[in-house]
Design a binder for this molecule. Structure first.
Ligand code: GUN
Length: 288
């Protein structure tokens, strides 16, 4: 039997609807500022997508497109200005940045209340303490929150289940583990150095693959009936000269898994929808 296909769009629409319903209750329309540097084509297209979804959700957005040669002091000065501007509610520094710029230092410069990516160490710490010690709703990374929303939308049980996350990036793998732990899963994080990866992934009732390697996950590595979430997206040569989009999960996993997200059209729409909701949450927190 083929896996149930978990399309991202219906779950993303529900998140966008929630963002716009909450946005209209605020004194000012939430304002998201996107900071981008250089000419990376994927970054350009992601920023355009984020602006389009800000429009859909009824949010304001502004892009600061900086040259590849932008210096650290120039970027820090821009972030300081945006932090101080009461008309800016969310700040996102689009990755990847040009190689000469220290990403962690720039992320730490963003006011944690405006950190809609959830990458500031204060927000990372709050996520790993289950939001403990904070009276405010959590700003957590968009892709992991989007994956949890997708699982909830399709009523896939997480609490008490075995979850395996493949990949330990700061953007997806690590915060994904924290989000699943917060949802009461028993969580294992596998990575490049994991020996016998298949033995670990076959334990999973819920398998989230964010390794950045096309078709890493093959059918023999998946427990029959498992829910598999594919966070990877790769452009590989297809028929003729066409480029074909594919994920970290081999298509034949659909013959083994109980449920599987497609690529494209799975996790992608959720990340950007969650960014809009994070911007609304940030704006709600900034009301006097
Ligand atoms: N580049 C790839 N994913 C992300 C993300 O979640 N946030 C930012 N800022 N840049 C990215």
């Amino acid at each position: 039997m083929g896996a149930r296909i978990l399309a991202g769009a219906p779950a993303a629409q529900a998140i966008l609807a929630q963002a716009s319903q909450r946005a209209v209750k605020l004194p000012d329309r939430p304002h998201l500022v996107l900071v981008r540097a250089g000419t990376d084509p994927a970054s350009l297209s992601y920023v355009r997508g984020k602006q389009r979804h800000a429009d859909i959700a009824g949010l304001r957005s502004t892009v600061h497109a900086l040259p590849e040669s932008v210096t650290l002091p120039e970027l820090l000065a821009l972030i300081a200005t945006l932090n101080a501007d009461r008309d800016v509610h969310g700040i996102l520094i689009q990755l990847p940045l040009p190689a000469h710029l220290p990403v962690a230092l720039l992320q730490e410069a963003v006011d944690p209340r405006k950190d809609v990516d959830g990458f500031h160490p204060l927000n990372v710490g709050r996520l790993w303490t289950g939001g403990g010690g904070s009276d405010h709703p959590l700003l957590a990374p968009c892709t992991p929150l989007g994956v949890l929303a997708l699982l909830r939308h399709y009523e896939i049980p997480v609490a008490g289940r075995r979850a395996v996350v493949v990949g330990r990036s700061d953007i997806v793998g690590r915060p994904m583990a924290a989000v699943l732990l917060g949802a009461d899963a028993t969580v294992t994080v596998a990575h490049r150095q994991t020996s016998d990866l298949g033995a670990v992934t076959r334990e999973a009732d819920v398998l989230v693959v964010a390794a950045g390697q096309p078709w890493l996950m093959t059918p023999d590595m998946v427990r029959p009936g498992a829910a598999v979430v594919d966070v990877g997206i790769h452009r590989i040569p297809g028929d003729g000269h066409q480029l074909h989009l594919t994920g970290d999960v081999h298509p034949e996993v659909a013959n083994v898994a109980g449920a599987l997200t497609p690529v494209p059209g799975g996790v992608g729409p959720l990340t950007v929808a969650q960014l809009m909701l994070n911007t609304v949450i940030a704006a709600e927190r900034q009301i006097d």
